[in-house]
Design a protein around this ligand. Structure first.
Ligand code: G3P
Ligand code: MG
Length: 256
């Protein structure tokens, strides 16, 4: 058994998706602040590389949906990206909210005591480079932290590069439906956890994954009853857009 599988899971039962779920612009510090306002002690975010290889937060390959920029994010330098408005699309109250760097988010998370699941979300063709850079940066930015950031990705090449760059940081393999070869994949990438779409998970699969010694996180769970069911199956954490529906301060099982 890999050494990492024996480590305890230091992350809360509920994790705010893309910073602050659906209540604020995704992947911005305004979102993280909203999560904290609701008592969330953990968040997920998507990280990729600028043209000059700075790690920054963005979900899509392109800028249009969540900022006033245009075209592929990989064509913009961080200095250019930093000028964009990544909040106005969500409402006037968020206008002017910048695209944060991973360093901005690390500083905020460490100051607030919020743990982070960093989803490595490479632009096409930059998978290994992104995995390596994100892991190097995360190791540097969270040096000495009590709770390390959890690195996850749908992309095996990115996770492999992350493992080689920062072997001590915990990793999770992301998938929609759980693949038949999940054991081999987790073993090969030396992952501590599997993250899957909750809609595809069966109770039997959850039992097998837990019995194999892995942690299990489900996204994107926006319904309290479903979150409680998953928790009952042994799911360790759920990632949610509805930080107003899943309370952070009480165990899921104890919520009405
Ligand atoms: O990490 C869980 C979830 O964020 C994966 O899907 O598309 O929301 O990044 P997506
Ligand atoms: Mg994500």
């Amino acid at each position: 058994m890999s050494q990492s599988r024996k480590q305890p899971w230091p992350y809360p039962e509920v994790v705010a998706h893309r910073g602050g779920g659906a209540l604020a612009p995704e992947n911005t510090l305004a979102g993280f602040r909203e999560g904290a306002r609701y008592g969330y002690r953990a968040a997920e975010c998507d990280v990729k590389l600028s043209a000059d290889s700075v790690c920054f937060l963005l979900h899509d390959d392109t800028l249009e949906r969540t900022s006033n920029g245009q075209g592929p994010a990989r064509a913009w330098t961080m200095a250019e990206l930093a000028q964009l408005d990544a909040g106005g699309w969500k409402g006037a109250a968020f206008a002017g909210e910048p695209l944060p760097t991973l360093a901005n988010v690390a500083a905020w998370c460490r100051a607030q005591g919020v743990s982070l699941n960093i989803e490595i979300k490479p632009c096409p063709g930059r998978e290994e480079e992104t995995g390596r850079r994100v892991a190097e940066e995360a190791a540097r930015l969270w040096a000495g932290a009590q709770t390390p950031p959890l690195l996850s990705s749908f992309d095996a090449a990115a996770l492999r590069a992350a493992r080689d760059a920062a072997p001590d940081l915990p990793r999770a393999f992301l998938c929609e439906a759980i693949p038949a070869d999940w054991r081999e994949t987790l073993e090969a990438l030396d992952c501590v956890a599997l993250h899957c779409d909750h809609a595809t998970l069966t109770e039997a699969q959850a039992g097998e994954i837990k019995a194999a010694g892995y942690q299990l996180l489900c996204y994107t769970v926006n319904d309290l009853a479903r979150a409680k069911t998953l928790r009952g199956w042994g799911v360790d954490s759920v990632c949610t857009d509805r930080i107003d529906q899943l309370a952070a301060q009480r165990p899921l099982a104890a919520q009405p």
